[in-house]
Design a binder for this molecule. Structure first.
Ligand SMILES: Cc1cc2nc3c(=O)[nH]c(=O)nc-3n(C[C@H](O)[C@H](O)[C@H](O)COP(=O)(O)O)c2cc1C
Ligand code: SF4
Ligand code: SF4
Length: 291
């Protein structure tokens, strides 16, 4: 059978055997995004990919922060998964790995997207690619993007910006074109990315948000959003939000939802670190695409 194939956003047409070509019929997005940067970038990619599906149907989104999956989800070989993770200490957040493993591919294509705060992504993209590969996906494209640093928000304060959006769309276009050129997917089509094994060692510690109890109206929003249940209300009479420092991973989701600013980064030690980071990470870094 002979079919005509249009590569998205492009006037090029290609005539080829339909059976021999990889074509995705739907797009699924999965992301963990406590301060919203990863989500924005993955959504840009998803919107651009949507145009490459036969009926242009919108991507299905899986938000690992607000709706962690309760059971496994098996994707069909013609579903394209876009997995976006923030970079924590050069790795993907350990909390996310078991959640990500709930997504299973059947030689399904996937794109790996690591989003970092303008310092470096170290081994995170490689770790994400390998995690997806271990769950039955073939990672045909990968990218590292920059977003505002969620711990030191003066770093990359205006990212992602319009230029990043254009690169995200270009990434989607290239990935769709590469897939359209591919035959059946196999593990050896996994894209090569930057990073090393063994991965960067995880070290405990790092800044944690602080609660100003005079500002807290005990609305419970921070307790509800915390992905690791690190927050609780201390007692019925002297109700105050307390944080388990051993559980907290410093993701800043609680700061993001707090309506009064009670949850915030503060303290002299934090301010000193913030100043050092702002200087060290001032130079703009650009997205990197592996397609
Ligand atoms: C605990 C923690 C560790 C981080 N480590 C790094 C890092 O190693 N390199 C970096 O460039 N950014 C780092 N960041 C910044 C985030 O990767 C960046 O802000 C990302 O955009 C956050 O994604 P989100 O907006 O989807 O939450 C870290 C952030 C947190 C909370
Ligand atoms: S308490 Fe810690 S882990 Fe929980 S939302 Fe806040 S920063 Fe994230
Ligand atoms: S979100 Fe803010 S105001 Fe609401 S309980 Fe938490 S600290 Fe208090």
């Amino acid at each position: 059978m002979v079919g005509a194939w249009v590569i998205m956003g492009d006037e090029r047409e290609k005539t080829a055997s339909k059976e021999n070509l990889m074509r995705f019929n739907s797009v699924e997005l999965v992301y963990f995004s406590p301060t919203g940067g990863t989500r924005r970038i993955v959504e840009w990619i998803g919107r651009a990919l949507q145009k490459a599906t036969p009926d242009g149907k919108p991507a299905v989104a899986h938000d690992l922060l607000s709706r962690p999956p309760a059971q496994d989800l098996v994707l069909s070989p013609d579903s394209l998964l876009v997995a976006g993770m923030p970079v924590y200490a050069g790795r993907i957040p350990p909390h996310c790995l078991p959640l990500l493993r709930r997504f299973k591919g059947r030689h399904s294509p996937a794109l790996a997207v690591a989003v970092y705060g303008n310092r470096d992504y170290d081994d995170a993209l490689l770790e994400l690619r390998n995690a997806l590969g271990g769950s039955g996906f073939v990672v045909t494209g990968a990218a590292a993007f920059v977003s505002r640093h969620s711990v030191f928000p003066r770093v990359a304060a205006d990212r992602p910006d319009a230029d990043d959006e254009r690169v995200a769309e270009e990434f989607a276009r290239r990935c769709a074109a590469r897939l359209a050129d591919m035959g059946a997917l196999s593990r050896d089509l996994n894209v090569t990315v930057k990073g090393n094994t063994p991965y960067k060692e995880l070290k405990p510690g790092g800044p944690r948000p602080d609660v100003d109890h005079t500002e807290c109206i005990q609305c419970g929003a921070c307790v509800d959003i915390c992905p690791v249940n690190a927050l609780s209300v201390s007692g019925p009479t002297d109700a105050a939000v307390v944080r388990d420092m051993n559980l907290c991973m410093g993701c800043a989701a609680c700061i993001q939802v707090c309506p009064t600013g009670a949850q915030a980064w503060r303290g002299p030690q934090y301010e000193a670190m913030s100043a050092v980071f702002a200087e060290k990470c001032a130079a703009r870094r650009e997205p990197e695409l592996f397609v």
